[in-house]
Design a protein around this ligand. Structure first.
Ligand code: AR6
Length: 167
């Protein structure tokens, strides 16, 4: 698998699937989630509502991933995953790693060749960026998948630098 780091906005990536750093409600929020719903338009929220009604009445659990279509985004699919809120007292690294593993599992089910990830949990959910980057890169590298092209899309220079160190 080829792993690439990109400075930029995940909503502009021309890949088969973009990963959304969502919350359990799947009904939108700030950060990456807000940007994806704003740019992608109402089809994405429609898909999320249907998933809630059909399968996830109680919300999507932390560490899991599900897909909807991508509306007006250049991508074909949005894979929504719910990162853990960072806690100093409680090591939630396995849950964060699971976000990347489960996103790749869903990508394989969809036959996705290229995927773009944000730094899940590293914004509003407060995960320290170096640790978030290490878990992200390590998990994507070590997960068996048919996805051949994985990109990490880093919004700010600090995040980009942390991912460079992790790679
Ligand atoms: N493209 C790429 N990266 C971005 C973009 C963008 N357009 N916007 C922000 N980032 P966050 P989380 C970076 O907060 O920590 C939402 O309300 C950002 O700088 O989007 O998992 C959800 O609904 C940071 O490095 O996700 C949840 O409630 C990284 O993406 C909650 O936030 C992730 O930041 C999830 O929080």
């Amino acid at each position: 698998m080829k792993i690439t780091l990109v400075r930029g906005d995940i909503t502009e990536q021309d890949v088969d699937a973009v990963v959304n750093a969502a919350n359990s409600s799947l009904l939108g929020g700030g950060g990456v989630d807000g940007a994806i719903h704003r740019k992608g338009g109402p089809d994405i929220l429609d898909g999320c509502r249907k998933l809630r009604a059909a399968q996830y009445g109680g919300g999507l659990p932390v560490g899991q991933a599900v897909a909807t279509t991508a509306g007006r985004l250049p991508a074909e699919w949005v894979i929504h995953t719910v990162g853990p809120v960072y806690s100093e007292a409680d090591d939630r690294s396995d849950q964060l790693a699971s976000c990347y593993r489960e996103s790749l599992r869903v990508a394989d089910e969809l036959g996705v060749e290229s995927i773009a990830f944000p730094a899940v949990s590293a914004g509003i959910y407060g995960w320290p960026i170096d640790d978030a980057a290490r878990i992200a890169v390590g998990t994507v590298r070590s997960t068996p998948t048919k996805v051949g092209d994985a990109r990490f899309i880093l919004f700010d220079p600090d995040a980009y630098a942390a991912f460079e160190r992790a790679v």
